[in-house]
Each structure stands twice: as structure tokens, then as C-alpha cells.
Write a protein that binds this ligand. Structure first.
Ligand SMILES: Nc1ncnc2c1ncn2[C@@H]1O[C@H](COP(=O)(O)OP(=O)(O)O)[C@@H](O)[C@H]1O
Ligand SMILES: [Mg+2]
Length: 247
């Protein structure tokens, strides 16, 4: 019943801080929301040409529609340079095209958002108000994560952010990471991806071949048309059609 193409204008506009309609679910043909305020990150997996970069386009569209540049900034890692043109200059805080530049940018991002980690002086009731820091939220959008390596033996370029991941909602740090499903089982050993999953953030799992097996939650390999994905959370799996954000 799901359409082959779901234009973004068939989906509700992004709202709040930040709720994004990702697409429609198969059961009800109703919008499926991702709430960055509750689950701060999002992972996107799939074989080549299955719709991964499109999810990043949809995210850029949502951020730039919902926020002014003083409210949210975008750090982009995009070796193919597919996405840079979509991010207006005033939203950009960094652009990485290789592991080295991503390592550097992740390091300086870790320093700036690290200062926002609430100390023991911040009472719990202040947490939702986020009144102990000012400045824009940081969205780090990383396309084809498997193409970045920090250099021999250095692990993930995102490692400097690992200690901050648990505080993400409180410090306005959001990661949207797409990765090929090739070697996905090994990819889930990556401390950053594993932590993101453990912290309850979902994954969109596009079409991928049987050989890669089961690597996240209860989802199994499926052959799907481009733009169709399993939304995998710790609660279960839902098939959905992702909104098409066009080239
Ligand atoms: N949500 C979608 N709905 C319909 N078609 C899509 C969707 N996302 C991607 N596609 C199609 O699949 C092709 C590959 O999409 P892309 O996002 O570049 O995939 P990937 O990044 O996984 O290689 C696009 O050119 C487009 O035609
Ligand atoms: Mg792509």
C-alpha cells in the first residue's frame, strides 16, 4: 500500500525541538515522527543507491525550515559533495571530505559542546530548560560513515564525541549518520554507533543483502525499493516509506 514516492509536501512540517516526519508507516499510512528531543540521534543503513543520502537531505530540509541559523548549525561530512549545496552558508560550521578533516572537526565540536555538559551545580529540574548554555544546537550529518577513517589505529573520527553522547539532549548535540551495510556487523562494533543504539536512538534500515545478516535490533535483511526502510528501535521494527527530498 505504500507509495513508491512520497513527496515531502505530503508530510507535516517539522515542529518543536525537533520533531521531523520521516515518512509513512505501512500499517496506517500515517506520518512517522522522529523526535530529536527524545532520541537525539539517527542512524541510516542500506546498500548502495537505496536512499541513505535522501534521509540526510530530508534532515537538512527540516533543520533549515524549523530553525534560524542562530538556533541550529550543521556540520557536514560528505565525501561525495552531494549535500553541501543544500546547506545555506549561514548554517554551516564545518565541512569534512575525509577522515582527517572529520577528526579535526569532531575534536573542536567536542570541545565546544563539551562545555555545555551539565556539572553537579545544575539541578535536575533545570535540565529540560537548558538555561546554563546559549548558542545554536549542533547537527552533525555524516554521509557514508564507512568512507571515513581517522588514520591507522586511531579508531573512529567521532571518538572525541563519545563521552558527550549520553548528554546529547541536554547539550544540543545531534548526530545523523548514514553507513553502507557492507560489513555492518563489524560496523556495530564501532563505539560511537554502538553507544547511539544503546542510548535508544533508532535506525532506518534500507534494502540490504542477506549475506550481511542481522546486525541491529530484530531487523532482518530485506530487498526493498529505494526509499523504503525498516525503522528499527529497541521496541521493534516497522516498515515505512521515507519522504523523498529530491536532488
Ligand atoms: N525516499 C525515496 N523515495 C523514492 N525514491 C528514492 C527515495 N530515496 C532515494 N530514492 C531514489 O534512490 C536513488 C538513490 O538515493 P540515494 O539517497 O542517493 O541513495 P544512497 O545514498 O543510499 O546511495 C535516488 O536517486 C532516488 O531516485
Ligand atoms: Mg549516498
Amino acid at each position: 500500500m505504500l507509495p513508491a514516492k512520497l513527496p515531502l509536501d505530503k508530510l507535516p512540517a517539522p515542529e518543536g525541538d525537533l520533531r521531523v516526519a520521516l515518512g509513512w508507516d505501512e500499517q496506517r499510512l500515517a506520518p512517522v515522527w522522529h523526535d530529536f528531543g527524545v532520541a537525539p540521534h539517527l542512524m541510516v543503513f542500506g546498500d548502495a543507491e537505496t536512499g541513505k543520502t535522501n534521509v540526510l537531505r530530508l534532515t537538512i530540509d527540516a533543520i533549515t525550515r524549523r530553525y534560524q541559523p542562530d538556533e541550529a548549525r550543521i556540520l557536514l561530512a560528505d565525501t561525495r559533495r552531494d549535500l553541501l549545496g543544500m546547506v545555506p552558508e549561514e548554517y554551516r560550521v564545518g565541512f569534512a571530505v575525509d577522515g582527517e578533516s572529520l577528526t579535526q572537526l569532531a575534536g573542536s565540536a567536542a570541545v565546544s559542546v563539551g562545555k555545555r555538559v551539565p556539572g553537579p551545580d545544575i539541578a535536575p529540574e533545570r535540565l529540560p530548560r537548558r538555561d546554563w548554555w546559549t548558542g545554536p544546537r549542533l547537527f552533525m550529518l555524516i554521509d557514508d560513515y564507512d568512507l571515513y577513517a581517522g588514520g591507522p589505529g586511531s579508531g573512529s573520527p567521532l571518538n572525541p564525541l563519545a563521552p558527550m553522547l549520553a548528554h546529547s539532549v541536554n547539550i544540543g548535540l545531534h548526530l545523523v549518520i548514514s553507513r553502507s551495510t557492507s560489513g555492518a556487523m563489524r560496523a556495530m562494533m564501532d563505539p560511537v554507533l554502538r553507544r547511539i543504539w544503546e542510548l535508544g536512538s533508532p535506525a532506518l534500515l534500507h534494502s540490504y543483502p542477506k549475506e550481511e545478516g542481522k546486525f541491529i535490533g530484530e531487523a532482518r535483511p530485506r530487498t526493498l525499493p529505494a526509499g523504503r526502510a525498516q525503522l528499527v528501535t529497541r521496541r521493534g521494527v516497522r516498515l515505512m516509506q521515507i519522504g523523498y527530498a529530491g536532488p
